[in-house]
Write a protein that binds this ligand. Structure first.
Ligand code: UD2
Length: 319
């Protein structure tokens, strides 16, 4: 198959590109390198056509969609707090950009679009665990933008017959998630801090929960979403179905890396949801999705990956 991966130089996108190539597919990548990095694709660049550009560029997205069977739309501004600070910017990328990708896919006769949606659509209202039939109530511009993208996916399926599948990612972690920004995913930040012997900062009391899912499971879910005929027009939670508090996360990391300094606590972040936990029954039944990497195992792999990348003299001794 010929695939286009938007955001393919990013954290999740680059893992997806790697897997698609390993399965013998041809891959084009569109990425503006705002949070993605060319180095994420470095070993693959001789086999991947990387175009540096914006998902809002209609002519460019049309050109890259031509002849594609699948579009995996991973490009987005992914930070909840950034969307609270800059809602106009995140709206433009996450909503207008997604609409542009769908419009190009429709015009170019793409077979299926798989959209990276988010658990942030549920907000704080939903009872736990969250299932797809609940009425979403986003607590941040980001959640609202992802929900709008998903509605557009469903509409494009109904109105134009374009096959679309929305995957509501829970909290994804793994190698290549960049820790160097305050807007990065919490696990990437906490692992980087732990390895350099610095205290993590917990926003709030640390008893908020997230359903952390390893990036390899997300990649598997994308492939299943692309290849399962009955998934067209549907939305699926993709998590593990297990809640971990941030305090537990810190303890797990201390077990892997060594005690280090105690966490610091700061004010809770505006726009944050308190609890997030998936029911993954729909994905299990309809996509045969089954998460394979436990949180502890994923953390172990991530710590090993980060340790191997550290300059030798800065490595903390393992416990
Ligand atoms: C993540 C994704 C988002 C979406 C959502 C789905 C990222 C950057 N964001 O949003 O795209 O898919 O999951 O559920 O991957 N925290 C700290 N200390 C820190 C950083 C974060 O305490 O240094 C807290 C933060 O306040 C929040 C929790 O950790 O309570 C998770 O934060 P996050 O930014 O990793 O992820 P989230 O859930 O906002």
């Amino acid at each position: 198959m010929q695939a286009l991966v938007t955001g393919g130089a990013g954290f999740i996108g680059s893992h997806l590109v790697e897997r698609l190539l390993a399965e013998g597919h041809s891959v084009r990548v569109l990425d503006n390198l705002s949070t993605g990095h060319r180095r994420n694709l470095e070993p693959l660049l001789d086999r991947v056509a990387l175009t540096v550009g914006d998902i809002r560029d209609a002519a460019l997205v049309q050109q890259l969609s031509a002849g594609c069977d699948w579009v995996f739309h991973q490009a987005a501004v992914v930070s909840v707090p950034y969307s609270v600070e800059q809602p106009l910017e995140t709206h433009a990328v996450n909503i207008a950009g997604t609409l542009n990708v769908l419009q190009a896919a429709r015009a170019q006769g793409v077979r299926r679009v798989v959209f990276a949606c988010s658990a942030a659509v549920y907000g704080d209202e939903a009872p736990l665990p969250q299932h797809e039939a609940l009425t979403p109530a986003p607590a941040s511009p980001y959640g609202l933008e992802k929900l709008t993208g998903e509605h557009y996916c469903r509409l494009f399926h109904r109105l134009y017959g374009l096959e679309t599948v929305a995957l509501r990612y829970f909290n994804v972690f793994g190698p290549r998630q960049d820790p160097r920004s305050p807007y990065s995913g919490v696990i990437s930040i906490f692992v980087a801090r732990a390895l350099s012997g610095e205290a993590p900062t917990i926003y709030g009391d640390g008893e908020q929960t997230r359903d952390f899912v390893f990036v390899e499971d997300i990649v598997r879910a994308n492939l299943l979403a692309a290849t399962t005929p009955a998934a067209a027009g549907r939305s699926y939670n993709i998590g593990r179905g297990e809640a971990t508090t941030l305090n537990q996360l810190v303890e797990l990391l201390r077990g892997l890396v060594g005690a280090g300094p105690a966490p610091r606590y700061a004010a809770a972040r505006s726009g944050d949801v308190r609890h997030s936990l998936a029911t993954i029954d729909r994905a299990r039944h309809e996509l045969s999705y089954a998460p394979a990497v436990a949180v502890g195992e994923g953390l172990r792999r991530l710590v090993a990956y980060e340790r191997a990348r550290m300059p030798p003299d800065s490595r903390m001794p393992p416990d």
